[in-house]
Design a binder for this molecule. Sequence first.
Ligand code: PLP
Length: 391
Amino acid sequence: MIGIATNYSDIEARHSSGVYGLRGMTLVRGEGAILWDDRGRRYVDCTAAYGVASLGHCHPALVAAVRDQAQQLISCPGIFANDQRALLLQELTKALPAGLDRVFFCNSGTEAIEAGLKFARLATGRPGIIAAMSGFHGRTMGALSATWEPHYREPFAPLLPGVRHIPYDNLAALEAALTDDVGAVLLEIVQGEGGVRPGSAGFLLGAQRLCRERGALLIIDEVQTGFGRTGKLFAVEHYGIEPDLLCLAKGMAGGIPIGAVALGPRAGHPGVGTHGSTFGGNPLACAAARATLRVLHEEQLPQKAAQKGAFLLERLRSIKSRRVREIRGLGLMVGIELRERATPYLQALQERGLLALSAGPTVIRLLPPLIIGDDELEFAVRVLEEVLSQP
Ligand SMILES: Cc1ncc(COP(=O)(O)O)c(C=O)c1O
């Protein structure tokens, strides 16, 4: 019927599985760090679609790469080589930290974790997995077993046996838990969902040393921190960590679904048929990932994320609000821990044109596109100040 606007939120509420708490608005268009809803309202995006749209929305180089590749070849299974996949393998292994010179492609973060856990099991033959409290690794059964948050895990028990959670950033606890049945130690460099908590160099390098001494593999989950988010192309570079397996996804192809696990020398050679993915390494996603890597490099986005992140942290720390407990982060991965629940504040920010995320019950998480402009960051700080300092 002409004149009656379609309520897309209602349709989603009625017909989707219901696993997402809808925010009551419909996004229809994006450009750079700006999003528009179906009523023409404009928002500054500090979510980057959960840290995915690091080049901003509809970056011309990404749009062109996807359009050109869609006209060339979209699907090509792993049994046939493909030009885009081969070139991405070459370019990615060149950009990765030393030693990570083979890659398995999949389609999401949780799949990257599943592959990492399987490769570690194959290489070591050991079933034990150590992960950290407040860690988040995904929602499929293996990755979920390593995820900490009990309300994500408990409804699905029994999960993988042999998973132990230690307090994050506590090397003594890791040392005590790392027995000779442990094949994998799975850690984030900055815990994302768990509240934006950067780990210390001592803990992470200590974990690497202990893994080498005791025959376990160190799996670093850079699904959220990878591809420039923290101010380096990969967050492991902050501390010179050389993981045995590095899990990647989110920002890797600027918003086109992709995931990957990079394998170092201790990860062995998983044989033919040990793992696979129908969509993994498809030419469309590979072309998008190549364009993303090129733009990250040409526009020096990791360096910009470091500068903008430092500016954002400084400006946020100057906000005077009794509601704020702590502000922390690395690069453009920033958490504002409140003394109360974050959800009402996310809604208040949204009403004022700023989109942000939560990270656990009390943390407001900012993951803006790495291309965000200074004016847009200023706007974000102004709106946060207004909302957080209300009486
Ligand atoms: C650190 C980390 N690992 C894994 C995942 C799972 O990724 P996906 O949602 O793509 O399965 C996430 C998602 O937020 C994440 O932040």
